[in-house]
Design a protein around this ligand. Structure first.
Ligand code: SF4
Length: 364
């Protein structure tokens, strides 16, 4: 019944709660190798809130496993499709938008994953032009948090490698060793969410330390994986410029010679509800200090001139350490901010096309 922490700093001892329908699935068998399952009555999403950050719930997903990234009208979207294998994340970042969307701190894994994998394979088998190119996991949880126990990424990497698809695995852990020997054929990008050293330490809960994430990125790069980096959220605090410059410097040192397919930049934004939740959980956090405006998508964002200044600073520093062919892009930003930062706006489909081209470069 016990198991160690997921990544980085000390974390919860897990409690695995498994519905009967899924006892004989590959997912349950993999998890049960080092956790003893407790029997769980069937749950509906309304029940998830009864469970806490120590709980892993293996339950049924009702609905489609593949969804386009919802995007936001008026902002340029990267055009990813999401393979939805679970939700929730006990890493506990203090800005985590999931806290405003989900009524649980537990980790929910979908027991009917085999149906999801079949849906994914069927989509990938459609003719080119009738299916998207880039897919990710990790929009509603961390892609690699428990992956060495679930064995999911290995199966997804194999699916993508055999087809015209590119998979992005996004993480704030350093858990890549189990992926290094896979025959990925350059069809999987392993991405790391990064921040300034101060913000990683203060605001990113039990995520792996920044240096450990970058060391894992270097290992993955040596195993031939293209790498993605996501500076999201960029947080405005006294000393932000120096802090983020330090991270860029570390990237230059650790990933020299690696193929970095893309780097995204996104300033901190939040639904008003998140502030109440996070200040109740972490009264000491400073991330809600400062000036925010209410944006058209109902989120609070830094004022546009401040976002522009932060993006420009990051983009200029990144250009000094990464090759010119690395795509540096803005996540969920308006055409106006794109123009102010880069001098051009890629338009609604331009960003998708740019990232598709980047995704194709490393494929064998
Ligand atoms: S790693 Fe991502 S999903 Fe997990 S708590 Fe942090 S922001 Fe949320």
């Amino acid at each position: 019944m016990t198991d160690g922490p997921p990544a980085g700093r000390p974390g919860p001892v897990w409690r695995l709660r498994l519905e009967d329908d899924f006892r004989d699935t590959p997912l349950a068998r993999n998890l049960a190798r080092d956790m003893t399952p407790e029997r769980q009555e069937p749950l509906s999403p309304a029940d998830y809130g009864r469970f806490g950050p120590r709980d892993i719930l293996v339950t049924r997903h009702r609905g489609r496993f593949l969804k386009p990234c919802p995007g936001t009208p008026g902002y340029n979207c990267c055009g990813l499709h999401i393979f939805h294998f679970g939700l929730g994340c006990p890493l506990g970042c203090r800005y985590c938008i999931l806290a405003a969307y989900l009524d649980t701190e537990s980790l929910v894994l979908f027991g009917n994953l085999e149906e999801g994998l079949a849906e994914f394979a069927a989509l990938l088998d459609r003719p080119a032009g009738e299916r998207p190119l880039r897919f990710c996991t990790g929009e509603f949880t961390d892609s690699l948090l428990l992956d060495r126990r679930t064995g999911l990424a290995e199966r997804l990497v194999a699916l993508a490698a055999a087809r015209e698809a590119v998979l992005e695995l996004k993480t704030k852990t350093d858990q890549v060793d189990h992926l290094l020997g896979l025959d990925h054929r350059g069809h999987t990008v392993i991405s790391f969410s990064v921040n300034s050293p101060e913000m990683a330490r203060a605001e990113e809960g039990r995520a792996a330390p920044l240096a450990a994430r970058l060391a894992a990125a270097a290992k993955a790069a040596r195993a031939g994986y293209p790498i993605g980096l996501h500076f999201d959220p960029l947080i405005h605090y006294p000393g932000w410029e120096k802090g983020y410059a330090e991270t860029v410097e570390l990237i230059g040192q650790t990933l020299a010679g690696a193929r970095v397919a893309w780097v995204s930049l996104g300033c901190f934004r939040y639904l008003p509800r998140l502030k109440e939740i996070m200040l109740a959980r972490h009264p000491g956090t400073g991330i809600f200090n400062g000036e925010f405006i209410l944006a058209g998508d109902g989120k609070r964002r830094y004022p546009r001139p401040l976002r522009t200044m932060m993006y420009k600073s990051l983009a200029e520093n990144l250009a000094r350490v990464l090759p010119a062919e690395t795509a540096v892009y803005l996540c969920m930003e308006s055409p106006r901010v794109w123009r102010d930062v880069f001098g051009h706006d890629p338009g609604p489909y331009g960003l998708t096309a740019l990232l598709d081209r980047q995704a194709l470069i490393s494929r064998q």
